[in-house]
Design a protein around this ligand. Structure first.
Ligand SMILES: [Zn+2]
Length: 350
């Protein structure tokens, strides 16, 4: 895994360089750097698109997105350096609240549903077979890899930068778990039948090199399944800075379908299947974030009765929107390739 490969909506690095616990950073210690285009390497400054904020955890900072003049990829520049990005992960992607949420996902069946969907997407190209060696990169709490292990009797491997997240949820006798960086671990050549990397590639500083490493460790003919947000989302222009998959500043690049396919091809992989993904909540949470921006944030202890009542009514309204609008709308958007997430399955040609 890249030194800065921070598994997305799944887990967080304790330290962006070694995986070792480290002291907390403050905002005034965060260093920003101009970034070359993560896809084509162009170093001339891209054309500005928007300047965003951390809309979810409300940490300090302004984060410009630019459009590469050569290849067209949208990426963040300037961006926090790999050494100081962990300020934005601390207490956000790990910690008790995240652990409780993952436990809820596992116990409610949501994790199982998502794993089934992800497994079915890979199996549009090739069925998992008993004994297959499968690696999940950015495995987080291990929900997916443990599900496939049980369903298909594969040999399960998982890697994540976050020390401890997966170990709390899976049996290490069942899954070979490594806490570390994919690019540093050095798995053997031609080793895995399938590698999965979900909601992670948008966080890494070197996406092409990450996929090249995955190609190296895949057997000839082996598959990688990559899931990332999609810049092609039809909803994105309506929400601007409040578009949920923007997740600044931890999402460093924003792949359109074309750019994700280019990234895989540049790493020497062959695209076998590419689909828009059904991934609900894009509309509901984006609406929530847009409204929160309008209303302004108030700490719980400072909320009056009026504010509490308003939030309760909005909460009910958002559940209705989620069920009656968000879910059906995403079915339609997915049909037209315009939902907010995408999955690409690619093959190592050998
Ligand atoms: Zn570029």
């Amino acid at each position: 895994m890249n030194a800065t490969l921070a598994p997305a909506d799944q887990a967080a690095p304790a330290d962006t360089t070694s995986g070792e616990p480290s002291t907390s950073l403050r905002y005034d210690q965060v260093v920003f750097e101009e970034a070359p285009c993560p896809l084509c390497g162009a170093t001339e400054p891209g054309e500005p698109i928007l300047v965003g904020k951390d809309m979810v955890w409300r940490k300090e900072g302004q984060f410009p997105l630019v459009h590469c003049g050569q290849c067209g990829l949208v990426y963040q520049s300037p961006r926090p350096t790999p050494q100081t990005m962990r300020y934005y992960y601390e207490d956000c992607y790990s910690g008790q609240a995240q652990e409780d949420m993952r436990r809820f996902q596992l116990e409610s069946g949501l994790s199982r549903l998502m794993s089934l969907y992800r497994m079915a997407t890979v199996e549009k190209v090739r069925k998992f077979s008993p004994g297959d060696r499968v690696l999940d990169v950015g495995a987080s709490y291990g929900g997916f890899i443990d599900y496939v292990r049980k369903e298909r009797q594969i040999k399960a491997h998982a890697i994540d930068l976050d020390p401890g997240s997966i170990e709390k949820f899976v049996n290490k006798e069942d899954i070979d778990v490594i806490c570390g960086d994919l690019l540093e671990v050095g798995y053997p050549d031609d080793h895995f039948d399938v590698v999965t990397i979900f909601e992670t590639l948008e966080h890494v500083y070197e996406p092409v090199q990450t996929l090249e490493e995955i190609r190296r460790i895949l057997k000839p003919g082996g598959l990688v399944s990559i899931e990332v947000p999609s810049w092609d989302s039809l909803l994105r222009p309506f929400f601007g800075r409040a578009w949920l998959p923007l997740l600044l500043p931890t999402h460093l690049q924003h792949f359109s379908r074309k750019h994700l396919a280019q990234c895989a091809t540049k790493a020497g992989l062959e695209v076998a299947h590419h689909q828009a993904m059904f991934y609900p909540m894009e509309l509901t949470v984006s609406l929530w974030m847009a409204l929160a921006q309008l209303l302004g944030h108030v700490e719980d202890e400072d909320k009056g009765i009026g504010r509490k009542l308003l939030e309760m009514v909005l909460g009910i309204l958002f559940i209705v929107v989620f069920v009656l609008v968000d879910v059906p709308l995403l079915f339609v958007l997915r049909l037209f390739g315009r939902s907010g997430h995408q999955t690409l399955v690619a093959r190592n040609p050998g």
